[in-house]
Design a protein around this ligand. Structure first.
Ligand SMILES: [Zn+2]
Length: 302
């Protein structure tokens, strides 16, 4: 596949992903201060613009997972400081994507440390190092696992190999039994398949299976993005739905390739059985995912 074709497909996948991000920031900014939702035992979520921020507020712990964009990061920091009165101990980056790290310049600048899997700062530098936005990078990195006791909570990070990108962590607040999945799960909606950043849909499925196995039905999951109906909180059954969605994409594409279909023909088929993954009834996002997986699978056999 030619370089320009690859760029075109990657870009169209990205446009599809961006097209369904929540409503414009201006409308959300007004209510962002109030967008703190407690989940369990001091862990909660903050929603404004970009990937869901997770937080931990306890007597001796103040932690955020992901930082959205500078404007919403400031609203989040203000709210967390009001709740806690404590300087932030940790900012954790679930992965490098801009809607999860662009606010590092605010939340990270006010945290003692930023923690991420070791590929995260590398990818962040590669894709955003020359952007106008100020980047702030993790100063604590790990390869496969990292744990830290903080106050009366234990935080455990796991990296199971490439999935949504080449550096996604599964983040577990063990005592609360709440897990932040970053973008390893797009809850009942199409995904962002970012091949240049190391996305690997086959291993992504394995990552989700390992995640399912290490948790229980009691675990509450926080997802980076979700379908408006299903939201951004869920259970490990939702983790399996994401695995099944990726499996269905891969099967539809490999069957189409076997039958000699073009990527456009395969995309036009849509994906039966995953109607709930459409946003506002649109099939565009799923079509973009099918084209991205076509690119992934055809590159792999060349
Ligand atoms: Zn992402």
């Amino acid at each position: 596949m030619s370089h320009s074709r690859r760029q075109f497909l990657s870009r169209s996948a990205m446009v599809a992903a961006l097209a369904v991000l929540p409503a414009p920031f201006k409308a959300l900014a007004a209510r962002s201060r109030f967008n703190f939702t407690p989940v369990r035992r001091g862990v909660g979520i903050f929603e404004a613009r970009g990937g869901t921020i997770g937080w931990l507020v306890r007597d001796k712990a103040l932690v955020a997972v992901d930082s959205q964009f500078p404007e919403s990061a400031q609203a989040c920091l203000d709210g967390l400081t009001e709740k806690s009165g404590r300087r932030m101990d940790l900012l954790i980056n679930s992965h490098h994507h801009g809607d999860h790290t662009a606010g590092n310049s605010v939340l990270g600048a006010n945290a003692r440390h930023i923690v991420a899997q070791s590929n995260v700062p590398v990818l962040q530098k590669r894709f955003y190092g020359k952007s106008e936005r100020e980047q702030k990078y993790a100063d604590i990195t790990f390869e496969e696992t990292w744990t830290q006791d903080l106050g009366d909570e234990t935080i455990a990070l796991n990296y199971f190999g490439p999935g949504h990108t080449g550096g996604d962590s599964v983040i577990h607040f063990q005592n609360a039994d709440v897990a932040h999945m970053g973008d390893l799960v797009f809850n009942h909606r199409h995904a962002y398949i970012d091949l240049p950043a190391g996305c690997d849909t086959r291993n992504w499925m394995t990552v989700l299976e390992r995640t399912y196995d290490m948790f229980t039905d009691n675990t509450v999951f926080i997802f980076g993005h979700g379908n408006p109906t299903h939201g951004i909180l869920g259970t490990r059954d939702d983790v399996l739905v994401m695995r099944d969605y990726l499996g269905a994409l891969r099967k539809a594409v490999s069957d189409g390739i076997r039958d000699g279909k073009s990527s456009a023909d395969i995309a036009a088929l849509g994906l039966e059985g995953f109607e709930s993954h459409r946003i506002d009834g649109s099939t565009k996002g799923i079509e973009g995912n099918l084209m991205a997986v076509y690119e992934e699978l055809t590159e792999a056999v060349e």
